[in-house]
Write a protein that binds this ligand. Structure first.
Ligand SMILES: Nc1ncnc2c1ncn2[C@@H]1O[C@H](COP(=O)(O)OP(=O)(O)OP(=O)(O)O)[C@@H](O)[C@H]1O
Ligand SMILES: [Mg+2]
Length: 492
């Protein structure tokens, strides 16, 4: 494959700091070319923000890069090594179908990974084909971009290229490559890999790298490794609180799918919850409900404990002292999460100050929602609009009327003007989310019929989920109850 200098006008400005880590952290290799790449979706605004020339990137040459057929001269494509606990079982993993091609240095002074997902086999592919199917890559594109618009930290999607080749997933499917953009692809599993198979020096190099990349603007600290653990815990507490507040179920919170940056990663079996029920699971393989909606904070804590274990040799020369320090951080996580979540719930209810009883106000609402099988997003949407559809069981009951009186009198006990409180609600309760049936409908039109209009309209509506625009009303309508529960699948 050719590496060349044809592309400076596209705005590539790559560095390769990850490749300066010890060699055991990656394998350098080139993407496997594909036969007839076709750009099917492209993120114009993201491209511009990253310093790319959007039009040039969408040229025939630009598309060759997204397909992995050519590389910019400054690219240094590599597969990252990592391990992970998958459903509780530790295993060696690594990028089996993805390649980091470099880090784009953006006009805003940021450094972001550019990664091709579905770019062919790597030494970490195990039995896999190294490829990805079009439907799941479009799904990752839609949901990651919707998450970003919702204000939830996430990896981004720059482009999807259809490869013109077939992949086999029980049946023949069109293949695709997704270009993913991330603050970094460092995972809890990257540290587990270093702790298990690397030297202490390797582990330290990785921790220093993570610190410099994500936390270097923090004031100097005495023990940067302890601080690294604290910072990652804080970011995960914020992130998972945001998931809970939006009704997002990640679906596969293995330690290899938890980032150090605090961004959501891996949109495999994820989905947004419709009816409020903490036991909600969509993933076909999560039969025990390990990654159910209501379990996500606990799993976050479990994963952070694995991160802390990996960091132990760096925390303190005295083993017991290291364990004690790690334990302190982990045992603080639940209350950190709870605080983030409660503050978010206050905002969803238009509450600007704190009262002790707020928690029961929130929990009583959620209890009624669960009992009445209320739709999570639309309930908060209705509270925001002050419009309660009479045909919704929750709103028809007397319990809700009593709760609403309590809520109104709670709002009356704050100095914030009513209009401001309403604005706060509008900023925290999306008018729309990427509902499963909407996403499925858009993907079916695109993948089965080559019609991308439905997808583009959905993306446009999801781009500002808090707009409460008239066009969004149609997207808030619920489908008739399905005959089968909605299921998502791994092995995409
Ligand atoms: N088709 C495939 N071929 C080779 N390896 C694969 C394939 N699909 C998944 N893998 C690998 O299996 C492991 C776990 O898969 P998982 O579903 O978490 O990954 P993913 O969706 O490919 O990755 P990411 O976390 O980067 O979004 C990873 O090491 C991944 O690279
Ligand atoms: Mg993964």
């Amino acid at each position: 494959m050719k590496t060349n200098n044809e592309f400076p006008h596209q705005g590539w400005n790559l560095d390769n700091s990850y490749a300066r880590l010890p060699e055991s952290f990656f394998t350098q290799l080139t993407p496997s070319p594909v036969s007839s790449p076709e750009l099917v979706i492209f993120n114009d605004s993201l491209a511009s923000a990253l310093g790319f020339q959007s039009k040039e990137l969408q040229s025939k040459e630009g598309i060759e890069i997204f397909a992995g057929n050519k590389m910019p001269e400054t690219a240094y494509p590599l597969a990252q090594a990592y391990a992970g606990h998958q459903f509780g079982h530790f295993t060696m993993l690594g990028d089996g179908r993805a390649l980091l091609i470099g880090e784009q240095l953006t006009p805003a002074g940021e450094r972001v990974d550019i990664q091709l997902k579905g770019s062919g086999r790597t030494p970490f592919s195990r039995g896999g084909d190294g490829r990805a199917a079009l439907g799941p890559m479009l799904r990752e594109y839609v949901i990651s971009e919707a998450m970003h618009a919702l204000g939830i930290p996430t990896t981004r999607s720059l482009a999807v290229v259809a490869t013109g080749e077939v992949v086999y997933r029980e049946t023949e499917l069109p293949g695709a490559v997704l270009t993913r953009v991330a603050a970094s692809h460092l995972r809890v599993g990257t540290f587990q890999y270093a702790a298990r198979w690397g030297s202490k020096k390797d582990l330290q190099a990785l921790a220093d790298y993570a610190w410099d990349r994500h936390f270097s603007d923090l004031p100097a600290v005495q023990n940067r490794y302890l601080s690294l653990l604290q910072q990652v815990a804080a970011r995960q507490a914020q992130l998972i609180a945001k998931w809970q507040l939006a009704g997002f179920i990640h679906g596969v919170m293995n330690t290899d799918n938890m980032t150090i940056s605090g961004e959501t990663i891996d949109y495999g079996p994820c989905a947004f919850m419709d009816t409020f029920d903490p036991k909600t699971v969509f993933s076909s393989i999560d039969v025990q409900g390990r990654y159910a909606y209501g379990n996500q904070p606990r799993i976050g804590e479990w994963n952070l404990a694995r991160f802390a274990e990996a960091l132990l040799p760096l925390l303190d020369d005295d083993e017991q002292a290291a364990v004690d320090q790690a334990q302190d951080v982990i045992s603080n996580f639940a209350s950190q999460f709870r605080q983030e979540w409660l503050n978010g719930m206050r905002a969803k209810l238009g509450i600007t100050n704190e009262e002790k009883q707020d928690i029961s106000l929130v929990e009583d609402l959620l209890g009624m929602m669960q009992q009445e099988k209320a739709d999570y997003t639309n309930t908060f949407r209705a509270l925001t609009l002050g419009e309660y559809p009479a045909d919704t069981a929750l709103f028809a009951g007397s319990a809700f009327k009593q709760w609403e009186e309590r809520w109104q009198s709670r709002l009356g006990r704050q100095t914030c003007p009513e209009a401001e409180s309403k604005q706060l609600m509008k900023r925290h309760n999306p008018a729309i989310i990427p509902r499963n049936h909407l996403v499925e409908e858009a993907l079916a039109a695109a993948v089965d019929h080559g019609d991308y209009d439905v997808l583009h309209r959905l993306l446009a509506a999801l781009a500002d989920p808090y707009a409460y625009s008239p066009e969004q009303t149609a997207y808030a309508v619920l489908p008739p109850p399905p005959s089968q529960p909605y299921q998502t699948y791994c092995g995409t």
